[in-house]
Ligand binder design. Structure first.
Ligand code: NAI
Length: 259
C-alpha cells in the first residue's frame, strides 16, 4: 500500500508513534522516524530533532528529502509537563514543522495530526478567544500567551489539542490545489508510557472515564487509523477529526444532548 512512498513520523521512539512507524514500514513505506530519542526498533532512517526548538526544526526540515508523501505529527508531551513546553511541542512546533515541510511534500500528500479526546472542548465558545489568538503564535511568545490566557498546569495539554483540532479544520483547503490534505485523529486513553500522566492529572474523572470503557486503547488501535488517513484510500477525507476511543466521544455527546 505504501510501496515507493516516503512517510515522516514524529514521536516514533515510543507508544503510538512507534506503532505507526512499524506498521507503515511493514506496509512498504520508506519511514523517516523523528524523535528526541532514538527508537529501539529501526524502521528506516532516524533523524533526531527537538520539536520544541525552532532551530532544531529548521535543521530537520533541511535534512528531509523532497517528495515526502506523508507526515504523521505524533510527538507530544503529557499534561504533567511544564505548560510552555507542552504548548511548544504539541502545537507551536507541530505547526512550524508542518508549514516548513509543505513545500517539500509531494502533490497529493497527506498530513495527520495526533490530537486527543482531551481536545473536544474546542466547540465551547469560551475556548475561542485563546484558539484565535494562537493562530499565529510563535515560540518567543509562548510564555506571554500562557499568561494572557491563564493557561497553566494541565490546561496546557487540553488547550494544545483544542487548538490543534481547530487548526486542522481551518486548513481543510489551504493546500487543495496541490492535493495536499490534513486530518486529525483523537484517541481516548491509550496504554502508553504517558497514560499514567493522564490518570494523575484527571484523578477521579479518569477513573470514572475508565469505568465506562471496556478497556483502554492500545497503540495498535490507533496506528491503522493513522495509516488509513495517510493512504490514498482516504483521499476525500479532508480537514476532519476522527475520534478513536472505544465510543467515549459518542458517550459524551449522548449525555450532552440527552440521548
Ligand atoms: P509517548 O510518550 O509514548 O510518545 C511520545 C513521543 O514523543 C516520545 O517518543 C517522545 O520522545 C516524543 N517527544 C516528546 N517531546 C519531543 C520533542 N520535543 N521533540 C521530539 N520528540 C518529542 O506518548 P503516546 O501516548 O504515544 O502519545 C503520542 C501522541 O498521542 C501525543 O501527541 C499524545 O498527546 C497523543 N495522545 C495520547 C493518548 C494516550 O492516552 N496515550 C491519548 C490521546 C492522544
Amino acid at each position: 500500500m505504501f510501496q515507493g512512498k516516503t512517510v515522516v513520523v514524529t514521536g516514533a521512539a515510543s507508544g503510538i508513534g512507534a506503532a505507526t512507524a512499524a506498521l507503515l514500514a511493514e506496509r512498504g513505506a520508506d519511514v523517516i522516524a523523528v524523535d528526541l530519542n532514538r527508537p529501539q526498533r529501526e524502521f528506516g532512517r532516524f533523524l533526531r530533532a527537538d520539536l520544541s526548538d525552532p532551530a532544531s526544526i529548521d535543521t530537520l526540515a533541511a535534512a528531509l528529502p523532497a517528495g515526502v508523501h506523508g507526515l504523521a505529527n505524533i510527538a507530544g508531551l503529557p499534561p504533567t509537563r511544564p505548560a510552555e513546553q507542552v504548548l511548544k511541542v504539541n502545537l507551536v512546533g507541530l505547526k512550524y514543522l508542518t508549514t516548513r515541510l509543505v513545500p517539500k511534500l509531494a502533490d497529493g500528500a497527506s498530513i495527520v495530526n495526533l490530537a486527543s479526546l482531551a481536545g473536544l472542548g474546542w466547540t465551547e465558545p469560551e475556548a475561542k478567544p485563546a484558539i484565535d489568538d494562537s493562530e499565529h503564535l510563535d515560540f518567543d511568545d509562548v510564555a506571554g500567551f500562557c499568561a494572557r490566557h491563564r493557561i497553566e498546569g494541565a490546561r496546557s495539554y487540553f488547550f494544545s489539542k483544542e487548538a490543534l483540532i481547530v487548526w486542522t479544520l481551518r486548513n481543510r483547503w489551504t493546500w487543495r490545489e496541490r492535493g495536499i490534505r490534513m486530518n486529525a485523529v483523537s484517541p481516548g486513553p491509550v496504554d502508553t508510557p504517558i497514560l499514567k500522566d493522564f490518570i494523575e492529572t484527571l484523578g477521579a474523572r479518569a477513573e470514572e472515564d475508565m469505568r465506562t470503557m471496556d478497556r483502554p486503547g492500545r497503540p495498535g488501535d490507533i496506528a491503522p487509523v493513522v495509516a488509513f488517513l495517510l493512504s490514498d484510500e482516504s483521499a476525500w477525507i479532508r480537514g476532519t477529526n476522527v475520534p478513536v476511543d472505544g465510543g467515549m466521544y459518542s458517550n459524551v455527546l449522548c449525555q450532552m444532548h440527552g440521548f
